[in-house]
Design a protein around this ligand. Structure first.
Ligand code: PGA
Length: 242
């Protein structure tokens, strides 16, 4: 069953998420954390940076795995998820570079890269806490509607809605990559604990479908109903249809 924490606004979503990540790192300094990109987790990352600077929260022993990356964007491309993670979090905390894992969307052999990524997660003994956002179409990572529940890390084609949603970050829609590497639904479900964040009315329908309707591959986040430790931290606007 999905647990739900409804808070007042985006700032509280960010704070509640950061507090849980900080607790995890304090109780298990070598925790394996799964990170997400998109606009939603930025406030949470800002709070983690603040905790590192002001409260001495150390990330020196953690390992990290990101959910996804665009195919064809170099790590220093301003819209790559590599760039995002370093800008918003990794450059500002004491995580070891060698412990950071993000799929390589520039790999010559993308299939091999997906296998390598799955292996790296296994080698690390799995993900202790996976942070997720949710797309307006209910996607998690880049697992678009229709993604099989037994899918693993793979190359996927982005839906037109997702490309349009993300076009605001690029000069034009044409520049938004067509493909990405994403952890699969089964990969995500193996995380020991999952926290999904959502803020704003645009997410209300996806949140309601994920929680209240029978699970279906057409709403990828609905698979989380089967996870034993999954918490949605959402604001009032995202909770409007619950
Ligand atoms: P957003 O994206 O945080 O930018 O809304 C979330 C997602 O698509 O997973």
């Amino acid at each position: 069953m999905i647990k739900v924490l409804v808070v007042r606004n985006y700032e509280e979503v960010s704070l509640e998420a950061a507090l849980r990540i900080a607790e995890t790192v304090k109780s298990k300094p070598d925790a394996v954390l799964g990170f997400a990109t998109g606009s939603t987790p930025i406030g949470c990352y800002r709070e983690l940076v603040r905790m590192h600077r002001m409260e001495g929260l150390s990330f020196s022993r953690i390992s990290t795995f990101n959910l996804d990356e665009y195919v064809g964007l170099a790590p220093d491309h301003s819209q790559s998820y590599h760039y995002y993670m370093f800008q918003n979090l990794f450059n500002h905390i004491d995580v070891k570079r060698g412990n950071i894992h993000i799929p390589n969307g520039m790999a010559k052999d993308l299939e091999e890269e997906c296998v390598r990524y799955e292996d790296a997660i296994k080698q690390a003994d799995g993900i202790d806490l996976q942070l997720l956002g949710i797309g307006r179409n209910g996607h998690i990572g880049f697992n678009e509607p229709g993604s099989p529940f037994d899918s693993r890390t793979r190359v996927v084609k982005l839906s037109e809605q997702t490309r349009m949603d993300n076009a605001r970050f690029f000069k034009s829609l044409d520049e938004v990559p067509m493909y990405a590497i994403t952890m699969g639904i089964a990969t995500i479900m193996e995380a020991k604990r999952i926290i999904l964040l959502a803020s704003g009315e645009a997410k209300a329908e996806a949140i309601a479908k994920a929680i209240k309707e029978p699970k279906t591959v057409m709403v990828p986040a609905s698979v989380l109903q089967d996870h034993s430790d999954c918490l949605f931290i959402i604001d009032k606007k995202a909770a409007l249809l619950l």
